[in-house]
Design a protein around this ligand. Structure first.
Ligand SMILES: Cc1cc2nc3c(=O)[nH]c(=O)nc-3n(C[C@H](O)[C@H](O)[C@H](O)COP(=O)(O)OP(=O)(O)OC[C@H]3O[C@@H](n4cnc5c(N)ncnc54)[C@H](O)[C@@H]3O)c2cc1C
Length: 82
């Protein structure tokens, strides 16, 4: 705790660690590389149907929001050009 959060040094009363591996999605090696390649391909995607969601970027709310913004920008650009 004190190594990761140095500002807590000297203030930690106790540490209780729970490992919950079964509850966390474990991707095989290479998964993030595949998702990066898919997102690169999507940059050239020109359809009204699009993809977004946390699975495209590391399983976080921020990833879900960012990929949603990217999909919305692609669809908007596509509609503007039509
Ligand atoms: C316990 C827990 C804690 C988390 N804590 C954090 C955190 O601290 N910070 C963080 O950044 N992220 C956290 N996350 C991850 C974060 O919640 C997700 O990454 C994010 O919500 C994914 O958003 P999404 O829109 O891609 O998918 P989702 O939020 O899963 O949305 C998918 C939607 O599609 C709907 N749906 C599914 N199938 C169908 C269907 N067939 N037809 C119609 N609708 C359908 C679902 O009902 C759902 O509303 C946590 C997740 C969990 C489970």
């Amino acid at each position: 705790m004190e190594r990761t959060f140095p500002e807590c040094r000297g203030k930690v009363l106790f540490v209780h660690l729970v490992r919950w591996n079964i509850g966390i999605a474990q991707f095989p090696p290479g998964r993030l590389r595949e998702m990066t390649a898919l997102r690169k391909q999507l940059e050239g995607w020109r359809e009204l149907f699009d993809l977004c969601g946390d699975y495209l970027d590391g399983l976080s709310s921020e990833g879900a929001l960012r990929t949603g913004e990217e999909a919305a920008e692609r669809v908007t650009n596509h509609l503007v050009r039509r």
